[in-house]
Structures are given as structure tokens and as C-alpha cells.
Design a protein around this ligand. Structure first.
Ligand SMILES: Cc1ncc(C[n+]2csc(CCOP(=O)(O)OP(=O)(O)O)c2C)c(N)n1
Ligand SMILES: [Mg+2]
Length: 209
């Protein structure tokens, strides 16, 4: 059935209302574009450094910039990531890594103040956040973005992801854990995971399912 003029007017009005709800400011679009562009160049320059023998090994997140910017918008303080080596744009976007730190790890700089993710001990793009202060006391994990420390076996982020999700469930359900407010927002935090297609064929992926 053909739409009448009135139908079209009301459809357009409703679509306009929907697009207003999805409003993103010009400033935010420009910030996102800038970060995506910087991250892409970090990948291209990093790969050149590896292929010309100046860095030990490299694997990069180019091609995933936009998806990771979108993921970062859903991520809140207190949430956790368990991911893999393609996640640089997400890590930059949530403020948990800088481009300088990214290159410090690529060059295996063994100085924790320059390379706080692993002090040069891990391959590149193996991210981590700290749960402890230098004096060994716990940080308030609900006030920071968190990522479990990346390890290299493909698929190994999945059991960690299950553990993080299960921990939130326990914080939600067990009264005796309710006083531990520095670890959990009453179990409402979200554990986000990332994985590559090939790693979805690993045993650890299926065991985590
Ligand atoms: C258990 C294990 N086997 C092999 C490797 C070597 N390795 C590193 S990345 C990779 C490919 C992973 O592909 P995919 O999961 O599709 O991720 P993509 O890099 O394509 O996003 C392999 C085989 C590894 N890290 N761990
Ligand atoms: Mg793949």
C-alpha cells in the first residue's frame, strides 16, 4: 500500500525523534576520529618498526578502530576487560593506555614508569591495569577501568572472562561479600571480552562457553 503524504510526514517525524536520541556532538565525533586516526598510525608505524628490525615483534589493531571506540562508550568505571592484542584503540579510548606506553612495550622498555603494563616483559599490545597500590594495598577497582593482564595463548582470555563474570554474580548474591565495596558495585559491573575468529576454535573458548 502506498504511503500517503500524512504517513510520510509522521514517519519522518518519528525518524527525526529517533536520530535526536542518538545525538553525538560534533566535538565527540572529532575526538573519536582523531583517536581512530592516531591509533591507525600507531599500527602502521609500529609495523614498520618491526619489519625494519627496530622492534622485537608486533601485532596491531588496525581495522578495529571504530568497533572499539563504540565498545569504549559502553564501558564504565568498575567494569573489566579480558581481551587480546588487537585492543589498542579501546585501551586508548578508555584512558587505560597511551600511545607512548604502547611503543614503550613494543621496544621492550624495562622501566615500569614508562611501560606500566608489563615493564617490557610481554609482547606488544599485552595490556594490564593495576589492582594494587605500590604499598600492596588494594585500589578501589570500582573507581577505575580494569583489565585482567593479557597473556599470549590465544583463547586464554575466555576462562578469565568467565571468572570475572562469575565473581560479579557472587558479589551480587552472597551477603558475606557485600562489605567488599572496593571490588564490586554490588555485582553490577560488566566483564567485556574480545577475541579473534580463529581463537574461537580453541579448546579454552569451548570450555568457557
Ligand atoms: C595457543 C596458541 N597457539 C598459537 C599462537 C600463535 N598465534 C598468535 S595470534 C594467532 C592467530 C589468532 O587469530 P585470531 O584468533 O583470528 O585473531 P586475529 O589476530 O585474526 O584477530 C596465533 C595462531 C598463540 N598465541 N597461542
Ligand atoms: Mg582472525
Amino acid at each position: 500500500m502506498l504511503e500517503t503524504e500524512q504517513d510520510i510526514d509522521s514517519r519522518l517525524a518519528s525518524e527525526t525523534r529517533q536520530s535526536e536520541q542518538l545525538f553525538i556532538s560534533t566535538a565527540e565525533i572529532l575526538r573519536d576520529y582523531t583517536l581512530a586516526n592516531e591509533s591507525r598510525h600507531a599500527s602502521l608505524i609500529g609495523r614498520r618498526e618491526v619489519l625494519s628490525g627496530k622492534a622485537k615483534f608486533g601485532i596491531f589493531g588496525d581495522g578495529k578502530e571504530v568497533a572499539q571506540l563504540a565498545l569504549a562508550k559502553a564501558f564504565r568505571k568498575g567494569d573489566f576487560r579480558s581481551g587480546y592484542y588487537r585492543d589498542q584503540t579501546f585501551m586508548f579510548a578508555v584512558g587505560a593506555a597511551t600511545i607512548k606506553q604502547f611503543f614503550a612495550q613494543l621496544y621492550a622498555i624495562a622501566d615500569v614508569s614508562l611501560e606500566p603494563h608489563s615493564a617490557g616483559r610481554q609482547m606488544n599490545a599485552h595490556f594490564a591495569t593495576r589492582s594494587l597500590n605500590p604499598d600492596g594495598s588494594w585500589r578501589d577497582l570500582t573507581e577505575q577501568v580494569n583489565t585482567s593482564a593479557d597473556v599470549s595463548p590465544t583463547g586464554s582470555q575466555m576462562p578469565r572472562l568467565v571468572g570475572l563474570g562469575y565473581a560479579s554474580r557472587l558479589y551480587r548474591e552472597l551477603d558475606e561479600l557485600k562489605h567488599l565495596t572496593q571490588f564490586s558495585r554490588s555485582g553490577s559491573e560488566v566483564a567485556f571480552g574480545t577475541i579473534g575468529n580463529a581463537s574461537c576454535a580453541e579448546g579454552m573458548f569451548w570450555e568457557s562457553d
